[in-house]
Design a protein around this ligand. Structure first.
Ligand code: SF4
Length: 477
């Protein structure tokens, strides 16, 4: 990823890009509408399914060490070679070693956020090796040398005219903007790449410990090509993806596609149980890398473990009123949006990514739509407290997080006032005087100055306490 910009700068750039905002608005509203339509049309008890999924995922997480051992035992018995990686570098090295041992110079990849998280393409490029994306969205952004803008739809910030131009410039194709024509261009390009493919890489949606198998869903068929056409298939799997049984994983799949794209079921379900045996096709070797990368730190944390339930559906982004204005690149981390605000500081550290916590308005829409009921807004609020040194338990891996003493002091004073009835009533009654002073000096107080550059300061004209007391329907105690 290119060098990070201060986040107020990048937000300004993205807000000023009217084409980007238009593309995002159209795309996000379509995804929102599709989700609601499919839930209303096809599900009798969506809320019950969410509860079931939360329970199943929590059960798996609470017994994760047993699940992992069981998965390794059963997958190995099926002929899958299981590797363990504690860090991102470990995972990259395992893939590099497999390529080196087999004298392979190029791999083709199905969509995998895990591979983005470990920086695989970059790692292999530094070794002189090639990783080629085959998911259409991933291919577009790889050609354009960009990071994914969204965890499910990585090129959703581009419209078809822009994609046509990228294909013209990077692939030498005729300039097109019809989806069918654009698909044909990508298809032809990828077919040539698949020719003689020796190693394919994929992510994993769910691994099932009882069956020793794993499940990969996709819509384009490229995932199936990457997992069946080459001699060697390597799958990257975060440890939190391991569930107890096929039945539990099926519950998740029922929630995943409606939440992600508004489809009832995915176009391709790939359930991989073993390498080729007697069959005529399929890979001769299947390797699965279980990688941690600070997930066990999160699991040990009594708040942030909840984020490990995430099934990467992207719904929290699709409904986020901040994400749909600024897009995923503004977050400058591979996981954007509400879930990114929770897991990025936990995985990559508060120092590197903690600034994105201010992108949240705490409206709570993300928590409402999350199919596995992750209380995202609560977790973001807790991370903010950690960031200013007020949290009771800092996320692990973020010991060097930036502690803002001024903000911590201000929040403490606010908490003192807000939890004391007499002080709170007094403050409300005098808020109009404070508000008047703020208006007068707004251009000289640094924090207020930055804020009022973009928004108007609210006007409090009278005694707020009296107004609240007299408001119809309000019982103020
Ligand atoms: S946090 Fe919830 S809504 Fe967001 S990507 Fe994960 S599962 Fe989907």
């Amino acid at each position: 990823m290119s060098k990070k910009l201060p986040h107020d700068q990048i937000v300004k750039i993205k807000l000023g890009d009217s084409q980007l905002r238009q593309n995002l608005t159209v795309a996000m509203h379509t995804l929102q509408k599709n989700r609601l339509n499919v839930i209303n049309a096809k599900f009798k008890n969506w809320q019950g399914l969410r509860d079931k999924a939360k329970k199943a995922k929590n059960n798996a997480l609470m017994s994760l060490s047993d699940r992992l051992i069981e998965f390794e035992k059963n997958a190995t018995a099926n002929g899958i070679k299981v590797h363990w990686a504690s860090s991102a570098t470990d995972a990259c090295e395992i893939i590099y070693e497999l390529m080196r041992q087999n004298n392979i110079k190029k791999i083709l990849k199905g969509k995998s956020m895990a591979s983005e998280e470990i920086g695989l393409n970059h790692y292999l490029a530094n070794k002189g090796l090639n990783a080629i994306e085959t998911d259409l969205g991933e291919l577009i952004i790889q050609l354009n040398d960009e990071a994914p803008v969204h965890i499910v739809v990585p090129a959703i910030h581009k419209n078809r005219n822009e994609i046509g131009k990228i294909f013209q410039e990077k692939l030498g194709a005729d300039l097109e903007n019809e989806p069918e024509k654009l698909n044909q261009i990508a298809r032809k390009h990828l077919r040539d790449q698949f020719e003689g493919l020796e190693m394919g890489l994929s992510g994993v949606n769910f691994a099932m410990s009882k069956e020793g198998a794993f499940w990969l869903i996709e819509n384009e068929g490229n995932g199936r090509m990457c997992t069946t056409a080459p001699q060697i298939h390597v799958a990257l799997c975060g440890i939190e993806k391991v569930m107890e049984s096929f039945e539990d994983a099926a519950t998740m799949v029922h929630l995943l596609t409606p939440s992600a794209t508004g489809q009832f079921i995915p176009t391709y379900n790939n359930i991989i149980t073993a390498p080729r045996n007697e069959e005529l096709d399929g890979p001769k070797e299947v390797h699965l890398i279980l990688f941690d990368h600070h997930r066990s730190d999160m699991l040990a944390h009594h708040d942030y473990y909840e984020a490990l339930r995430c099934i990467r559906c992207g719904a929290c982004m699709n409904f986020c009123p901040v994400y749909d204005k600024i897009g995923g690149h503004s977050y400058q981390t591979i996981y954007p949006g509400p879930i990114g605000e929770v897991i990025s500081p936990n995985i990559f550290g508060m120092e590197a990514t903690g600034d994105i916590l201010t992108f949240c308005s705490l409206c709570g829409r993300c928590s409402e739509v999350c199919p596995v009921r992750i209380p995202l807004a609560d977790l973001i609020r807790k991370l903010r407290a950690n960031k200013v040194g007020q949290g009771k338990n800092s996320p692990l891996s973020t010991q060097n997080g930036h502690k803002n003493r001024g903000e911590a002091f201000a929040m403490k004073q606010f908490a003192n006032v807000a939890t004391n009835g007499a002080l709170w009533r007094f403050s409300l009654s005098k808020a109009h005087l404070f508000n008047k002073a703020l208006h007068k000096f707004q251009n000289s107080i640094p924090v207020i100055k930055n804020w009022s550059k973009y928004k108007e300061l609210p006007q409090i004209k009278k005694d707020l306490y009296k107004e609240l007391e007299n408001m119809e329907g309000v019982r103020y105690e």
